[in-house]
Design a protein around this ligand. Structure first.
Ligand code: SF4
Length: 369
């Protein structure tokens, strides 16, 4: 059966959801054992300015709405809180090169002594890498090869969501109409550069921003193709779109639990086995039903900072989550922002490899200290 037919039947055919997720759960157990991992992290919203304006985004702000940059001291205080609360990941979340749109962004950068968001982000990553027991991981939007080379000196991994392959999303009134960095060929090019420069990447789909079955099926087909072709992809996030007040997409439908479970299981069955599959637990209406769907990871969960991208959705309580995971015969386990199979001299720069090696056990997970 070709992938298109398989995906169509998995998502919309007569096979039961339980049957499908059972197959995916077996694959998960065979390749990731009985652990479900998460990365204890702090969110660092380096800048809420962005050159784009996606129809579902509440993170981004114009200068008039208070969009700005954190200064280095503010970044350091968040890193310090993260370090003190046992986090391993400093997640730099930021808009894509806002200085290309806003003069104000360039002025702010100049005031700090930098000429681009990339330079400023690199300086902050370097500072966190050298002075704190926490690992920078950044989602700065599109990245050039030179930018990737700089980031990988100080961080074990980076992130760029593909979101969707549908060209219709760039049309007027759709999610990416005012978002030229969301053109899929540009995002694929960043992932290609990450592979060339050996930088482990997290990517994935935003499920629910498309409207038709064909778009959804095509997104899964193309995602799987890229995962098979690009060795830098360490994990896939399947993020379910949540409608937010005060956005153009506030009335758009959210994916149902049943369809989302079928999507997760289908992706797990088709993905290369070594790639981690994550769903963000704070966006799920019922975490328990996803524990045996084929996922092996919950991504970053913060004990201290809100989810800046989905501020209405609180993190689950870790104790409760641990209990729910235990009830399925699995264990909740902490991980670093880089997966064990990428912890080596090929994928990490010498300094990052040394820092990572100092905190892991023989399985590549953070030691229990
Ligand atoms: S590119 Fe990212 S930060 Fe910018 S508007 Fe879109 S979702 Fe928001």
């Amino acid at each position: 059966m070709n992938n298109k037919k398989f995906i169509n039947e998995s998502l919309f055919g007569s096979r039961t959801t339980h049957d499908l997720t059972s197959q995916a759960f077996e694959i998960k157990k065979n390749n990731f054992g009985s652990n479900i991992t998460y990365s204890p992290k702090v969110f660092i919203p380096l800048t809420t300015l962005c050159q784009d304006s996606c129809a579902y985004c509440t993170f981004v702000k114009s200068p008039n709405e208070g969009g700005t940059y954190l200064n280095m001291q503010e970044v350091e205080s968040i890193a310090l809180v993260g370090e003190a609360s046992g986090c391993f990941e400093a997640l730099f979340t930021l808009g894509d090169k806002p200085e290309l749109k806003w003069k104000f962004a360039l002025q702010e950068l100049n005031n700090f002594g930098y000429s681009s968001t990339h330079e400023y982000l690199t300086a902050n990553m370097k500072n966190i890498h050298e002075n704190y027991n926490i690992f920078p991981h950044a989602n700065p939007g599109l990245m050039t090869s030179d930018e990737i080379s700089e980031y990988r000196k100080y961080s074990p991994s980076g992130g760029l969501m593909l979101e969707s392959f549908s060209p219709q999303l760039l049309e007027q009134g759709r999610a990416h109409y005012k978002a030229k960095t969301k053109r899929i060929e540009l995002r694929i090019e960043t992932l290609n550069q990450a592979e060339i420069f050996r930088y482990p990447m997290t990517t994935g789909l935003l499920i629910g921003i498309t409207e038709t079955k064909e778009e959804l099926i095509n997104d899964i087909i193309e995602l799987v193709k890229i995962c098979k072709a690009n060795s830098s992809i360490q994990e896939i996030i399947l993020q379910n779109f949540r409608a937010k007040m005060n956005t153009l997409m506030r009335n758009n439908a959210e994916v149902t639990n049943d369809l989302f479970l079928r999507i997760i299981a289908t992706v797990r069955i088709l993905l290369p086995n070594h790639i981690s599959l994550q769903v963000p637990p704070n966006l799920l209406s019922d975490v328990a039903i996803y524990l045996t769907s084929g996922i092996n990871d919950f991504g970053g969960i913060s004990p201290k900072t809100i989810d800046w991208v989905n501020p209405d959705h609180l993190w689950p309580d870790i104790k409760n989550l641990e209990e729910s995971v235990l009830n399925t015969g699995q264990s909740l386990k902490k991980r670093l922002p880089v997966y064990p199979n990428f912890i080596n001299n090929e994928w990490l720069s010498p300094l990052v490899f040394e820092k990572v090696s100092n905190v892991i056990d023989s399985d590549g997970y953070p030691r229990n200290e």
